[in-house]
Each structure stands twice: as C-alpha cells, then as structure tokens.
Write a protein that binds this ligand. Structure first.
Ligand code: MG
Length: 458
C-alpha cells in the first residue's frame, strides 16, 4: 500500500470512528431521555397526589318519573372534581335529606375524601345509634360519591379500580305482571322476544289483590277505602296456577322468579316455597318478613327451591347469619339501604365465601346512581348472580336528569367506561321535578289488609 492509500484508509477509519462515537453518544442520550421520561411518568403515577379536601356535601332531590330520588353531590378542593351518590329511601326521602344536611355534611366537610374506609367507619359510629335505612341512606350518598371521586382521580371506571371485569355485562331479570294469566304470559313473550332469559312473574301485583274475593273490613267501615286487600290462600293458589300456565306456554328453559314480598304468615310461606319447587324457580324472592327470618331454616329442611332475601335489610345482623349458615342462595340488599359500596363489597365477599350469589335490589324507584354503583361491583365479583333492572330502559326524563344511565339490551345491563361511576346529575333538569307532597306522592304506602282488616306486612 502506498502512503497516499494508507493516509486515505487512516482518515476513513478515523472518520468512521468519529461517526461511531457520535452515534453512540446520540443513542445514549436518547436512552437517557427515555429513561427520564419513564421515571417521570412513574413518579407522577406513584407519588402522593395533591392533598384533597371535601368542601361541600349537597343533597339533590328529584322526582322525574315517579321515583322520589335523593342524591348527594360531594365537592372537593380540586376544581371540577366532585362525586355523586345515591341516598334514595323511597318512602322517607325527606328524613334522609335532613340527616345529610344536619349531620353528615358538617361531619364530612374538611375531611380527606380519599380515606373512604376511615370516613365510612367514623361516620357510621358518629351517631352512636347506627344502622337503619335513614342513616344508611345518607351514608350511602356520601360513600358512593367518595368512590366516584377516587375512580375519577385514578382516571378509570370504578369496576377497573375494584379489580376489573369478570363478565362483559350484567344478566338481568324483567318483571312480567298482568291481570290475567294470559296477560302475564303475553308480557313474558314480549320480554323473551326482546332477549330476556329471566322473568319475574306476578299475577295482579304483590299478593294478587285481584284474587281476593271480599274486603269485609271495608263493608264494616274498618280502615280506609284506599287500603289494599290480600287473601293469602287465594294468592297462593293463584300463583301455583300461574306457574303451571307459564311453564306450559313457555317451556322448561325460561328462568322464573316470583316475589312473595314478605307478605305471608311464616308457615304459609314454607308451604308455598315447597310447592313451587316443581316449577324449577330461579329463586323465590323475599319469602319471609325480616322479623321472621329464622323460618328460612325450616324452608331449607323442606325443599331446595333457591331463595333470595334482603331488600328490607339495613342491619348486618339481618344478613350475616343467613349467609354464613347458607340459608339463602342470593343476597338482595340495596347499597342505598346498607350504607353504600364499602359495605356492599364486604357483603359480596362474605357471600362468596359461603357460595351465596348477589341479586342486589334494583327497581325503577331507586335512582340510577345506585344502580350504577351496584353494577360496578356486579361487574367485578365472581359470585354475581343476577341484577334486577328497569326492564326496557330508563325513561327519557330520568336519562336527562342522570346522564350516563345504564343501558338495558336483550336481558343485559351495560355500564359505560367513563372514569368514576360514569353517571352524573344535571341539576337544572333535576330541579324541574320536585317531590310530590307527602302522603299523596310515592312516599306513602297504604295498609294492606286481610279480609277481616288485619294489617299485612310490609
Ligand atoms: Mg322484592
């Protein structure tokens, strides 16, 4: 190799070395920038978020389509960050609103909303006398709003925060009623055609008052003309016939539910549930009044008809032993009557341990915020059973007041995937629908009586 060629080669390799060194330097700095960005993201995600305080707890009462809804809005020190919760108690909404305004709001304002468990526990015992649907309703409003805030802060739908989905949507049951067996059957057919696989069937409403032959008490001038009538045996006999008819028309695959609504004498309920076994119920609902729940053991000794219970419960003593003794198959409490998502999750986990599934209370006279809150838990837990729904969907006015209502489709309930609960309250819309005055609104229940005038529970 001549000198010129050697110099050229040396220059070439020097240049190549420079380029190589520069390239390494660039790659290293890109890598460092990437690591710094990752570190920053990690730090942002894991460092303590700015301190947060509850600045206001407000009650919003609205009755858009006959449901006396009491809702709670919890505002925080972070601009625009708030949560909503349900405090609905259909029959005594004003009492819940008073409990929130006079006691719970002053208790909560100034506290850190991220400490949900501590706030729940301290609020729960702050009255010394605890439980009951009024105090639990108020507590539920606060609790659900705090979970809404926490999940919004985490920028994820609540079901994600609770462990993620265990199913794509929630199986629901519809409500088929009618004045005749044919009318009930037609309504069942309508729901089946729309995709439902589970139907609750009733003949002429709870306790089938249309089957009662006489209201002797009215003729005798006892009670009030508006008082309801129920003849227990006519109701029981009519329900057997209804099941026979519906099974004959709709076959053996349809899942059937019947709500006894805690109205019979305990021994009548034992007999009725046993007789219904041949119609293969998905479950018999609320067979006994809460005061008579010890009769569940007798029902279990007589038959294996699945049982659901709990919509009137508001005290842990009412559900703990029924679940842990495996005396029911479905727990049916409503979050708004037990204090919110925090106790609802615990009831779900307790039930899971004993093979009991959930069937949270969910009629249309409970506001959609509570339906959504229960739905988030339903989506995640392994022992979800079924969800009561608002059949063909929430009415237009309710959807205007509550943007983000769950959607019903072909026997399933769907929640959206927005951060938090995914539901809000439009306060301008809500103000259009004030509560009707008591007792003419839905807040009053007329007594239901036996033909001789004896009051029937509930
Ligand atoms: Mg019921």
């Amino acid at each position: 190799m001549n000198r010129r060629a050697m110099l050229k080669m040396a220059a070439g390799s020097a240049a190549a070395g420079t380029v190589g060194a520069l390239g390494d330097k660039c790659a290293a700095s890109a890598e460092a920038a990437k690591s710094a960005a990752v570190a920053q993201t990690y730090s942002r995600a894991t460092r303590g978020m700015p301190a947060l305080k509850i600045t206001n707890v407000r009650t919003i009462m609205t009755c858009p389509e006959g449901g006396n809804y009491v809702c709670v809005k919890v505002e925080t020190s972070e601009p625009g960050l708030y949560g909503v919760g349900s405090a609905t108690l259909t029959t005594r909404g004003a009492a819940v609103a008073t409990a929130i305004k006079e006691f719970l709001a002053p208790f909560a304002i100034g506290k850190d909303p991220t400490l949900i468990e501590d706030i729940w526990q301290t609020a729960y015992v702050s009255s010394y006398w605890r439980n009951g649907p009024v105090l639990n309703g108020a507590l539920c409003g606060l609790d659900e709003a705090l979970w809404d805030i926490k999940a919004k802060r985490a920028n994820m739908p609540l079901y994600d925060l609770l462990g993620g989905k265990s199913r794509f949507a929630l199986t629901t049951y519809c409500h088929a009623d009618g004045k005749t067996m044919e009318e009930v059957s037609d309504n069942v057919a309508r729901f089946v055609a729309a995709g439902w696989k589970h139907c609750r069937i009733q003949l002429g409403g709870y306790g089938s008052p249309i089957l009662a032959k006489t209201a002797d008490f009215k003729a005798a001038g006892f009670g009030e003309q508006n008082d309801g009538i129920q003849d227990n045996w006519q109701y029981i006999k009519g329900t057997y016939k209804l099941f026979e008819f519906i099974r004959k028309v709709h076959g053996e695959d349809l899942e059937l539910i019947h709500d006894m609504h805690e109205r019979l004498e305990p021994i009548e309920a034992v007999n009725m549930v046993r007789e219904l076994q041949k119609y293969r119920l998905f479950y018999a609902e609320d067979a006994l009044a809460p005061e008579q729940e010890h009769y569940f053991r007798m029902i279990r000794e007589q038959c294996t008809t699945p049982l659901s219970m709990g919509e009137l419960f508001s005290n842990p003593l009412e559900w703990t032993s029924l679940i842990s003794n495996r005396l029911i198959d479905f727990i049916r409490i409503g979050f708004n009557h037990v204090g919110g998502i925090t106790p609802g999750l615990k009831i779900a986990r307790l039930s899971e341990a004993f093979g009991v599934r959930t069937a949270w209370h969910g009629p249309g006279n409970i506001d959609p915020i509570n339906h959504v809150a229960q739905g988030h838990v339903d989506l995640t837990i392994p022992n979800f059973g079924i969800q009561e729904d608002v059949d063909l969907g929430w009415g237009e006015k309710v959807q205007e007041v509550f943007p983000g209502c769950p959607q019903m489709k072909a026997g399933y309930m769907y929640l959206n995937d927005k951060p938090g609960l995914g539901i809000d309250i439009d306060e301008t819309q809500a103000a259009k629908y004030p509560f009707p005055p008591f007792p003419n609104g839905t807040g009053f229940r007329f007594p239901i009586r036996k033909p001789d005038g004896t009051q029937i529970r509930p």
